[in-house]
Structure formats: structure tokens, C-alpha cells
Design a protein around this ligand. Sequence first.
Ligand code: AMP
Ligand code: GLY
Length: 423
Amino acid sequence: MNILILGSGGREHAFAYQIVQSSKCSKLYVAPGNAGTAEIAENLSLNPIDFAAVANTALDKEIEMIVVGPEDPLVKGIVDYFANDERLKNIQIIGPSSRGALLEGSKERAKEFMAMHGIPTAAYESFSFESLDAGKNFLETLKPPYVLKADGLAAGKGVLIIEDLKEAKKELENMLSGKFGAASKKVVIEEFLDGIELSVFVLTDGKNYKILPTAKDYKRIGEADTGLNTGGMGAVSPVPFADETLMSKIEERIVKPTVNGLMREEIDYKGFVFIGLIMVNKEPYVIEYNVRMGDPETEVVLPRIKSDLVELLEKTWNVTLDKAQLEIDPRSATTVMMVSGGYPESYEKGKVISGIKEIEDSIVFHAGTKQEGNDIVTSGGRVIALTSFGEDYKMALKKSYQSAEKLQFDKMYFRKDIGFDLS
Ligand code: AMP
Ligand code: GLY
């Protein structure tokens, strides 16, 4: 079948890498894609949130399946758009409806969903500008640090963790006055959870589910998790401390109630759920839902799936995931992200990347790259993710770092301590 992937990052290259290996895929398109996806698929210059353009292209190219990479089109309702059009409704579009996507699109909604379905999460309250004083009073009842979350999508920047009470009150006021635009018209204030994080990925058809490999990402720009937050600087899968005991707690207390909650609320959800967790005294608490795969987590999760991904996605669409087999590569996978110097603040683009062809022991997933004449040049903050396999995460990381030595572009930076907190 003809398949279209929406998005342009390392995540989408990893999807493309996996999907072209399927015997079910006859022609693969990525929109808009990057220089890496162009090598294995056909890039289309399309904006994923221009639904009419996506629809026209899907009809024109006789697309039978669409995999939506980022959250934006999902929160804006791309799945509903396809479901409500006779000509489009049989295209297998993988992702939740907009009601499902609200689990990521609104922190308040996610917290209400968790409360309603008994899913463990940090205690919280939600405030608007009208209830600013109540919000300040609520802060006084909490212990530092204070966690303030913009309700809506804020490009990964909407969570503030603040030590000082006075500063937290000030920031609450700033947020409610529009610091993150419409996204912070409401703010969720929650209890700080102290513990180690991990992410669990679930594929669900809205009724059945498969738990995919776990992963841990490293979001801060600096070593030892210091400095500004980024989209993610590297990832490891599986997470060594996610043993069977912990995974069965996560499945019973979090995954099952989440899928049952979607069913009880009659939410149409055929796609990925990315559950961000913090372990407090070995007990799992949800800190966030995302309604898509993570980036760079996808670059370590998907390569470990040995089963045919297209078949899994077809069963997701047909609500027969209970009949699917999920075979996982027992080896560890790691990825290290090469970024443009200056990222996540300002950085230059258009730097020629050399050494890609010399890399043999890692999979080179392109993130922010584009073809310019005979060169591949940087076109974003996160440029290339180097994914490797090993008997354990340390052996895999060694290969990712050896590959990083071969790669070069002006002001290239990467973290040299991915996995530092795992041993
Ligand atoms: P979120 O966008 O909700 O994932 O939050 C971004 C990051 O903030 C998370 O990855 C955590 O590191 C941190 N965080 C969010 N909520 C909490 C919390 N309640 N306690 C401690 N850290 C948190
Ligand atoms: N790596 C975190 C995310 O994709 O949201």
C-alpha cells in the first residue's frame, strides 16, 4: 500500500526506516521530511497542519495509510477531518481523534482524566487569571520546588520548576497574563515528585493495546542534566531499572486504566500513547501523556521492534491489535543527538555535514537536515541522531559515540554522558 508519514524530524525518519522494510509498503511518502527520509522515500512539500492539502495529496497519490508524527495536527483535529469526509474516511490514519489528543493538548484535561480513572499522578489544582489569588494561596500550601504547567501546547517550554515561593507566585502571574500566549491562560500547579523518570509507549486501537519498549530520554542541553530543556539529546531503550515487577505495576495501574478510560469515555483513539512517568520510592506516577511517539525515543524504540510495523498499524486501524504479535529485539538501543551549537537558543543553519557515509556501526537518523546541491546541510537545532545496538546500553552507547567521532559540521555539539544516571 501507499503510505504517508507526516513530520520532518528524527522520529519521522525512524518511522520511515521501519516502514520501508515492510513487505506491505509499496510506496512511501514523507511530508515534509528531511534529507534522510529523501533517501528512502519521496518527500512531499506539504504542511501537516494544512489538512485540505494533506487530503488532496492523499487522494491524488492513492494513499491508504497516514502516520501522524507530531502532536500539532492531532490536537488540531486531523483525524476528525478525515473521519468526517466520505472520500477520506477509509484511509487508515494513525493517531487519536481531537478528543483523544486533548490528553496532550490540555494539561488540565489530562489531570481530570487521570483523576476520573484512578491513575496515579501528582496532586494538583488548576487556575485561571480570575483565580490568581487562589493560585497563590495554593502555592503556599505546597513544599518547594513548585511545578507550574501551562495548560496548552507550548512547544515543550510550558513547564516551570521553581525553588522560591515568591518567584513562583510571580511566574504564576506572568503565565496567566500571557507568558505562553493562549497556552497559559490556565495553569496547572502540581506537587513536585522527586524521582527518576522513564517513558512507556503504548500502541492502542482504543480497546486493545500493546506495550512497546520503554525508553529514557535526556532533555537538558548540558551534561549531568544541567542547563536549558531541549527536545531531547539522547535516549536509551530498554530502561535498565524497568524490570518485570515495575512493568506489571505500570500495566495494571496505568496502562489498563488509561485504555479503559478512553473506552469508557468513547474516545476514538487509534495510535500511540507516550506516558511520561516518575518513580517515587519505586511507585510509578504519571507526569504527562503525549499522544504521539517521542523524539528521540522513537529512534531507539522502533528499531527494536522486529514485527512488521505496518501490520501492527493495520491491526490498530481495524481494532484487532489483540491478534497482533509483538516481537522485540532483546538488545539495547541507544541514540545520541548531534545538535547545532547554540541550540536550544539561537543557532546557525546551512552548515555542511561530513562523514555520514563513513558511519557503519550506527543507524544515522536525520532530524534537521536538508539536501543542498551535492551537500547535506543542517537545517535545525537537532541535526542527526546516531542509533546503535549493543548487548547492554553501555556497549550500544560506545558505538554511538564512536560514530559521533566520524561526523562533523561547524559548531556541532552533543552530550557525552547519555545514560549517566543508569548505573
Ligand atoms: P511535562 O511537559 O509535563 O513532561 O514536564 C516537563 C518536565 O518537567 C518533565 O519531564 C519532568 O522532568 C518535569 N516535571 C513535570 N512535572 C513534574 C512533577 N510533578 N514533579 C517533578 N518534575 C516534574
Ligand atoms: N523527547 C520528548 C518528547 O518527544 O516529547
